[in-house]
Structure formats: structure tokens, C-alpha cells
Design a protein around this ligand. Structure first.
Ligand SMILES: *Cc1c(COP(=O)(O)O)cnc(C)c1O
Length: 441
């Protein structure tokens, strides 16, 4: 039995796997970018602009919606989606407590109030029962997130929305290309939102976002909101603002890069799926490792891979899940496994929600008639447990060439599992605070 790397043994993961990166940039991507530089047409409304409109056409076809509108980032797309659908100041928007912070910030841009609901233990997605329990007369929209690349329970969420006449904005930033019952995420709500940030599964070489929708009026409003509220029916800009808008125009160079990546997506996804499936098969054989549940009616695109750890099932008694995770994190990272924590607290625990400063002297929370929000993180029991007892892989396994590296990570897990007695001792002796308490001031 070889010694653990954290106690001076050889690392289980060979050095060469540290060079795996994301995104993969090919000659085709470089050619796409150069083509824009040579032909001009850099932004929305430029003469001869073909890349942004081309990406929108291809993206709508990919997702299966009538329209797609490209913007400057996923975060701006979330804000514009709520604006385009007419969410009003003081409206409540239900958001899962486990997500990237942009999902929780989006309502604030419209002076709407985020109301957080807990997630499910094995899919990490919005718990429809908890979302339904948080509907009030002020609720206007639900913002389900297809977290880590797995579609949320959209039938249940759509049923809640129908019953209470709510809008649905899908945060599909992490789930490009994921399917739910033969439809693609982004085609399941009033608007679907995507991010093209360089870390996402279909990236650009920088920042970008997209919105997808079926309604032509909604598409036109989204197009208008990204160009300062102008009409966009003709190719030329009119320079007359007809509503409050922003400058969230995307760049043609970034659009060209994404078109090139989109063309390779299904090939990359097939390889990623095979690599990740092999890793999960091996991890799920280890006692105390809980791999994500993928319900049979949907696909997972593995933007992030999260595994939970259960000390009791691993045979460690009287060790808390947080300590077990912390000891495993140290041991695995020493072996060369790039595991990390994704989200250090439930979203409502982030200072922006705890302190409720918002716009001006505390809007939207100080608007007349708004129901006070306590944002008490102890209400989010599943989210707290997940944040405390799991580790994630990010980016590295997105690389379709990462198969051998993922095999080496599985070897490293097996090695660590041969030394659970040492992990047990370390878990008991290390100084430990839950992640959310170390970040609060
Ligand atoms: C990345 C991400 C966003 C924001 O996208 P950006 O393009 O980075 O602004 C929103 N929601 C989720 C769930 C994300 O992962």
C-alpha cells in the first residue's frame, strides 16, 4: 500500500495532467476570430456584421426556439430577461439557494426581491415543493437553475408557474445542450439564459451571453434592451431610446469564436460523457461517496461534477461530514486531484443579501409594501449540507482529452480510500469551521 502524498508519498496523478486546460482552442477558432478582424463588422448594427446574427440563428436552432438574442454576459442576460418580461419593482422572484451569485442578483437589477428556496439532495436543483411553499401574492417569477449541467424538474416548476400565473426564466448558464424529455434547456420557460463565459461548456474567449425565446415580441424587447432601448427592426441604428435600455451588445469576435466551438460541441460532449461516466462508475464503488443522480428523463452535460461524502457510510463513526470533506480535500489535492469547493454558503448568506444595501438606501427591500426578507441560511438545510460535505471538479473534466486524467483521479480516490484510517485521524484533529462561518465578517 503506497503512502499518501500528503505524508510524503508519491502523487497518484502524474504531473503531465496538470497541463489540461479549458477551453480547447483550435486553428478553426483562431481562423474564425481572424476572419472578423479582416472583414470588419465588430458589433451589433455594424455594416457587414454577420457573426452575431449568425450565432443567434445557430443558437436558436441548437436550442430549438424561434429566437435567440446575444448579449454581453450571462449575468446581463438574466437581468434583461426579467426586464423584458415586465418584472416590476417589489415583485418577488423565487431563486434556488444553491447557485452562482448572478442568479440571486438578477431580480435586484429590476428592483425585484429574490426569495430563495432550498435544493434537492442528489440533483442539487431547485426543490419544487419548497419553491411552491414560498409563493406569495407578490411572487411574479421563478428562476430555476439547471445547476452543474443537469436540468431542473421543469414539469413540476411549470405546474407551479401555471397555477399561480408566474413567469419562468431558466438559468441555463451551466447547461448548454442539456436535454429534458427531448427538449433542450432554454426552450422550457418564457426565456432561457445562457452564459458564454470562458469556463462554460460552450465558451467564448472572454465574456458573453444569450437569451432564447419563442415569442417574437419578447425577442424584440430583448434586442431593444441591449441597445439602449432603441427599436431594432431595421439593420441601421436609429439612436432614439424608446424605453430604458442598457449597452449589453456582444462582440462579433467573441460570437465568431463561439460559433466555432458550437460546431464541435456534440463531439466534445460525447467524449466528456464517456470520460465522466467512467469516473463516476469507479467513484460510486467507494463506500461513502455519493455521485450525482441523473433522472432518466434528462441528460447531464457535466459543467461541474459534484460528489458528496458520507463519513458513516465510509465507516468513520463520530466524524462530522464537514471534517471528513476537509480531510479528503487535503489528501486528494496532495495526490494531484484538482477538487475544489463550489459555493461557500447558501446564496442568501452572501453579504449582498444579508446586508440588503442594494440600490440607494436599501432598495428594493425598502420599497413600500415589500415583505421583509430574513435570509436566514438555517432554512436551507439541503444547501447547507451540500456546501459542507461535497467537493467539485470544474473545467478540467470539460476538456474532451481529459479521459486519462480522470482515470488517474479515480486511482487517487481509491488510494485515499485505502487509507481511511489516516483520514479518520486527520478529520478528528484538524481545526475546522464550516465554510460559511469562515467567510462572514
Ligand atoms: C456563469 C453563471 C452565470 C453568469 O454568467 P456570466 O456569463 O458569467 O455573467 C449565471 N448563472 C449561473 C448558474 C452561472 O453558472
Amino acid at each position: 500500500m503506497s503512502r499518501l502524498a500528503m505524508f510524503g508519498g508519491q502523487t497518484a496523478v502524474p504531473e503531465r495532467y496538470k497541463r489540461i486546460t479549458w477551453p480547447v482552442v483550435t486553428q478553426a477558432d483562431k481562423d474564425a476570430v481572424l476572419r472578423v478582424l479582416e472583414t470588419g463588422g465588430f458589433t451589433v448594427g455594424s455594416r457587414a456584421e454577420t457573426e452575431i446574427s449568425g450565432l443567434e440563428r445557430e443558437w436558436a436552432e441548437f436550442v430549438g426556439t424561434r429566437h435567440a438574442v446575444a448579449v454581453s454576459s450571462g449575468t446581463s442576460a438574466l437581468g434583461l430577461a426579467l426586464a423584458a418580461l415586465g418584472v416590476q419593482p417589489g415583485d418577488e422572484v423565487i431563486v434556488p439557494a444553491l447557485s452562482f451569485v448572478a442568479s440571486g442578483l438578477a431580480p435586484l437589477y429590476q428592483l425585484a426581491v429574490p426569495v430563495f428556496a432550498d435544493v434537492q439532495a442528489r440533483t442539487f436543483n431547485l426543490d419544487p415543493a419548497d419553491a411552491a411553499a414560498r409563493v406569495t401574492p407578490r411572487t411574479r417569477a421563478i428562476l430555476p437553475v439547471h445547476l452543474h449541467g443537469l436540468p431542473a424538474d421543469m414539469d413540476e416548476i411549470t405546474a407551479i408557474a401555471r397555477k399561480h400565473d408566474l413567469l419562468v426564466v431558466e438559468d441555463s448558464a451551466q447547461a448548454q445542450g442539456a436535454r429534458y424529455r427531448d427538449r433542450m434547456t432554454g426552450a422550457l420557460g418564457d426565456i432561457g439564459v445562457f452564459s458564454l463565459n470562458a469556463e462554460k461548456s460552450i465558451p467564448t474567449c472572454g465574456e458573453g451571453g444569450l437569451m432564447t425565446m419563442g415569442e417574437p415580441d419578447v425577442a424584440e424587447r430583448c434586442r431593444s434592451l441591449r441597445v439602449l432601448g432603441e427599436y431594432t427592426k431595421t439593420a441601421n441604428r436609429e439612436y432614439v431610446s424608446r424605453r430604458l435600455g442598457w449597452n449589453h451588445k456582444p462582440s462579433a469576435i467573441l460570437a465568431a469564436f463561439t460559433r466555432s466551438q458550437l460546431a464541435r460541441f456534440s463531439d466534445y460532449q460525447a467524449r466528456r460523457d464517456a470520460n465522466v461516466t467512467r469516473l463516476l462508475e469507479r467513484l460510486s464503488e467507494l463506500p461513502g461517496v455519493n455521485v450525482p443522480l441523473v433522472p432518466r428523463d434528462r441528460t447531464h452535460v457535466w459543467h461541474i461534477l459534484r460528489v458528496r461524502f458520507d463519513p458513516e457510510a465510509a465507516g468513520l463513526s463520530g466524524v462530522t461530514a464537514g471534517r471528513f470533506r476537509q480531510a479528503l480535500r487535503r489528501a486528494l489535492r496532495a495526490e494531484g486531484v484538482p477538487v475544489s469547493q463550489y459555493q461557500l454558503m447558501p446564496l442568501p448568506g452572501q453579504p449582498v443579501f444579508q446586508e440588503q444595501l442594494g440600490y440607494g438606501a436599501g432598495y428594493p427591500w425598502k420599497l413600500p409594501g415589500v415583505t421583509p426578507q430574513r435570509y436566514d441560511i438555517s432554512e436551507y438545510r439541503q444547501t447547507l449540507a451540500i456546501v459542507e460535505d461535497s467537493l467539485t471538479f470544474r473545467r478540467v473534466h470539460l476538456d474532451p482529452r481529459a479521459g486519462p486524467a480522470l482515470d488517474a483521479y479515480a486511482d487517487a480516490f481509491c488510494k485515499v480510500w485505502e487509507h481511511l484510517d489516516r483520514i479518520d485521524r486527520l478529520a478528528r484533529s484538524l481545526s475546522y469551521e464550516p465554510p460559511w462561518s469562515t467567510t462572514s465578517s
